[in-house]
Design a protein around this ligand. Structure first.
Ligand SMILES: Nc1ncnc2c1ncn2[C@@H]1O[C@H](COP(=O)(O)OP(=O)(O)O)[C@@H](O)[C@H]1O
Ligand SMILES: [Mg+2]
Length: 268
């Protein structure tokens, strides 16, 4: 494919004080592509995702969204060099994010939560925002819960509201940070199903996940990170079945060693 990438990171780096948590990060995402980020805890996956929409200010390299440089206009990468919030919002407009802990407002109804980015962020008239919110809630199968408060919903339903909120702004690319890791196991599948249906509709996505079989099923590309760097990346088939680096082999081992063999058989 030789179309303009929707998202491109070139040599992106990020430090917290002396701790360089992201370094030399390169990624190019074409429209319609689904990229999964995997790696051990603390490897910088969330930081990478947050740098992609400037929720975190990267301090090395470049992030391009649909041909526009995100966060900076010049070559400087210090706090003083950053663009205005208005400019940042304009450039990252095609993106929206789904958070690990849902981050819903407890004092707002489900519908109001989904409307919030439209009304508060994009200054859209309420009637119009309500229409978009109801469409998004219908898309995730939660029309019946529009007037409920988040505390009345299961974790799986709350995350589907989180997805509806990210969908209502009509993004061209969604960033998802471990969307199912805060959920009880029996609630994971309903959320994965919604994500799968978005993928089937052609949504472009960058997703951090620990759901390896899901990543294998829906991704065009999988990126394995450790210590702030990409160690290995590629199509899911070769990457999961024939990892090249010892580090990825190690990381995947517990996954492939999982066995449902009854205990009696193991010990007999
Ligand atoms: N706001 C922050 N301030 C200081 N250090 C941070 C902050 N956020 C993340 N880190 C550090 O950055 C590293 C990467 O974290 P993170 O991106 O959350 O990893 P992952 O999502 O892969 O678990 C960790 O060492 C973490 O402690
Ligand atoms: Mg994380």
């Amino acid at each position: 494919m030789s179309t303009l990438p929707l998202l491109e990171l070139r040599d992106v780096g990020k430090s917290y004080g002396a701790n360089r948590v992201l370094r030399g990060f390169n990624l190019s995402v074409q429209p319609g592509e689904i990229v999964s980020l995997i790696g051990p805890s603390g490897s910088g996956k969330t930081t990478a995702l947050r740098c992609m929409n400037f929720l975190e200010r990267y301090d090395e390299g470049e992030v391009w969204i649909d041909g526009q440089l995100l966060g900076y206009s010049g070559t400087g990468r210090r706090e003083a060099d950053r663009d205005s919030e208005a400019k940042v919002d304009e450039v990252r407009n095609p993106l929206s994010m789904v958070f690990q802990q849902f981050d819903l407002w407890p004092h707002m109804s489900v519908r109001e939560n989904v409307m919030a980015p439209l009304v508060l962020g994009k200054k859209m008239p309420k009637a119009q925002a309500r229409t978009l919110a109801d469409q998004a809630l219908s898309r995730v199968g939660l029309s019946a819960k529009a007037d409920a408060y988040p505390a009345r919903l299961s974790g799986g339903q709350q995350q589907r509201v989180g997805i509806a909120r990210a969908l209502a702004v009509k993004p061209r690319l969604m960033l998802l940070d471990e969307p199912t890791s805060a959920l009880d196991p029996e609630l994971v599948e309903e959320v994965l199903q919604v994500i799968r249906s978005l993928a089937d509709d052609g949504m472009t996505m960058v997703m951090v996940t620990h759901e390896m079989s899901f990543a294998a099923q829906i991704s065009d590309r999988v990126v394995f990170m450790e210590a702030g760097q990409i160690v290995e990346s590629g199509a899911p088939g070769p990457l999961f079945n024939a990892p090249k680096t010892e580090r990825l082999q190690q990381f995947l081992k517990p996954w492939f060693n999982r066995s449902l063999t009854p205990r009696a058989q193991v010990t007999s």
